[in-house]
Design a protein around this ligand. Structure first.
Ligand SMILES: [Zn+2]
Ligand SMILES: [Zn+2]
Length: 295
């Protein structure tokens, strides 16, 4: 039996409703799933109820987009995502993350549209919001803008939209305000969870020595583990990240990063043994105990 510890729903940018995920998970033979929507715990309640109905174990989670710049000499060229597993859904720290990130995203979307209009691309925020509403996704962002650009014939595909307009360094790229990693890790701990570095490959380092350096710095900030297994990792990378976790005494985790039909990855495409989940759960319990005694 196995678990998939990285799954998205319509509460962020997935296409499957949180209450529906359990049935899909059961159908592909999973015993447990973690719902880890971007910067929100909004879907956890519905997903937990679905899991109860279908006899699955449920892990409440979140995936926080953090600033990949830790200090002047420690910065990743790619993205830094931190997974919190076993977080308490209703915790005030989780709520404030959601509010802050929604505001940051809305502000960025408006700035991107403004830049596009300056470039002569006649796309409006209303079109983007209408598309997101039709899809039922809560986190509105660049994938929706890319879809609108493509539908209007400005770009050939979503990928083309990112290359020409929306990706880093492209004509309408706007940097988003991100939460410092230290703050994200602290919030996850306060909410009773364990903090893991998601898909280290997406940090974008060309050299593994830099991943090692970054993970050490994050460990100093309280990181508990690494998502060693992910659908973007080659078998060689999975083994390298496992070895890194072993060297630093960190936990390991793994999941598919399923987004429904938005991405070409199936639910359960990455499966971890239940023992992995049990170790993470024990660590969350120990962390909660530590928090309660105040050391
Ligand atoms: Zn991610
Ligand atoms: Zn993800």
């Amino acid at each position: 039996m196995a678990c998939d510890l990285h799954v998205h729903s319509t509460a962020s940018d997935g296409t499957v409703r949180p209450g529906r995920l359990a049935r899909e998970a059961r159908d592909v033979g999973l015993e447990a799933i973690a719902l880890t929507d971007h910067d929100t715990t909004e879907g956890l309640k519905a997903c937990a109820a679905g899991c109860r109905r279908h006899g699955l174990k449920f892990v409440p989670g979140i995936e926080i987009s953090a600033d990949p710049v830790l200090s002047a000499d420690t910065a990743a060229p790619g993205t830094l995502h931190l997974l919190g597993l076993f977080v308490r859904a209703g915790h005030p720290r989780m709520h404030s993350i959601a509010e802050r990130q929604t505001a940051a995203r809305a502000c960025r979307n408006a700035a991107i549209i403004e830049r596009l209009q300056q470039l002569g691309v006649k796309t409006t925020l209303e079109q983007v919001l209408a598309l997101a509403r039709a899809e039922g996704t809560a986190a509105i962002g660049r994938p929706h803008i890319a879809a609108v650009l493509t539908e209007a014939g400005y770009t050939r595909s979503i990928q083309d939209a990112f290359t020409r307009y929306l990706g880093r360094g492209a004509a309408a790229y706007i940097r988003r305000d991100r939460m410092p990693a230290a703050e994200a890790i602290e919030a996850i701990h306060e909410a009773g969870g364990v903090a893991l570095l998601a898909h280290p490959v997406q940090l974008g380092f060309a050299d593994d020595a830099w991943v090692d350096h970054m993970v050490r710095k994050l460990t100093d900030l309280g990181l508990d583990g690494i998502e060693t297994h992910h659908s973007d990792h080659t078998p060689t990378q999975c083994a390298a990240y496992e070895a890194l976790a072993g060297r630093l005494g960190l936990l390991s985790s793994g999941g598919s990063d399923y987004h429904g039909s938005r991405k070409d990855v199936r639910l359960g495409a990455v499966r971890m043994p239940m023992a992995v989940l049990e170790r993470l759960e024990a660590a969350a319990r120990d962390g909660a105990k530590r928090g309660a005694t105040g050391d």
